[in-house]
Design a binder for this molecule. Structure first.
Ligand code: SAM
Length: 277
């Protein structure tokens, strides 16, 4: 690279042919490469016929190695960050390095590439106009429960990542949160030889994987809840105000009467109050 700084480079999620020419160029020009798994990246570099200094950067060394990487960038070197697969900073520690560089005013750029989330979304057959990325559910019981509660009424399509050995539990929890009839697409081994997209319901998926050992990498794309139908109020504000005036005649203040009328009709207290004064 001509300039110092950090470049986030997307790499294939299973098919080497998905590596873009620009990603190969960025790798060849970097002074050094920070890699989530140096063995995986070494294979990629061998495939490209490149030799580059590598430094590992993963969840458990991100503080120490993050400091080393920042020092090298500050001293004028250019760094490419790659993850195990897909876009760095999507459900991997790359987000911390990118944020640390941004905080120090170090230039950060990106050579975009495949990501399992968006690949699964477009294959899911579910609405893509509005969606949320939920990443992994925590294994910590409380954090997991809070996460699930926070999306219980979500109307947008939701994307979850999961490891195969935790899939069974996750499908059960999702079926419990959203109900067994909620649609889901299980997107497995994307871009690989045994790619499979199974469009089904959470109940069916949960039942299958109670019997069968899940294998491979999965993205779960879950349909959002139906949008709530906004109901026309049965009572008009004028009718509610009339009701409130009845209470005022019996001695209630306008605020008290508006509050009671709001409770009785489901209309807003302020709206009724304004009609009373
Ligand atoms: N940075 C990656 C990305 O951009 O998609 C995600 C990294 S995250 C640590 C790994 C998770 O991504 C896996 O557990 C799985 O849920 C999903 N994943 C990655 N590659 C996949 C593939 N080829 N097929 C299905 N899911 C995949």
């Amino acid at each position: 690279m001509e300039k110092a700084g950090l470049t986030l480079v997307g790499t294939p999620i299973g098919n080497l042919s998905d590596l873009s020419p620009r990603a190969a160029e960025a790798l060849s020009q970097a002074d050094f490469i920070a890699a989530e798994d140096t063995r995986v990246t070494l294979k990629l570099l061998n495939h490209l016929g490149l030799k580059k200094p590598l430094i590992s950067y993963f969840e458990h060394n991100r503080n120490d190695h993050g400091r080393l990487i920042l020092e090298r960038i500050r001293s004028g070197e250019s760094c490419v960050l790659v993850s195990d697969a897909g876009m760095p900073a999507i459900s991997d520690p790359g987000e911390h390095l990118a944020a640390a560089c941004e905080a120090e005013g170090i230039p950060v750029t990106c050579v975009p590439g495949p990501t399992a989330a968006v690949t699964a979304l477009v294959l899911s057959g579910l609405p893509t106009g509005r969606f949320t990325f939920e990443g992994f559910l925590s294994v910590n019981k409380r954090a997991r429960r809070e996460h699930l509660l926070s999306v219980a009424h979500e109307t947008r399509t939701m994307i979850f990542y999961e490891a195969p050995h935790k899939l069974r539990r996750t499908l059960m929890d999702l079926a419990e949160t959203f109900g067994p009839d909620r649609r889901v697409a299980l997107c497995r081994e994307l871009t690989k030889l045994h790619e499979e997209v199974w469009r089904t319901t959470l109940g069916e998926a949960s039942a299958r994987y109670r019997e069968e050992e899940p294998r491979g990498e999965f993205v779960l794309v879950v349909a959002g809840a139906p949008a709530p139908v906004l109901q026309e109020p049965d009572v008009t504000p004028e009718e509610a105000a009339e009701l409130a005036r009845g209470w005022m005649e019996k001695g209630a203040s306008p605020a008290e009467a508006a509050k009671e009328a709001a409770k009785a009709t489901g209309l807003k207290k302020g709206e009724i109050y304004r009609l009373l004064i």
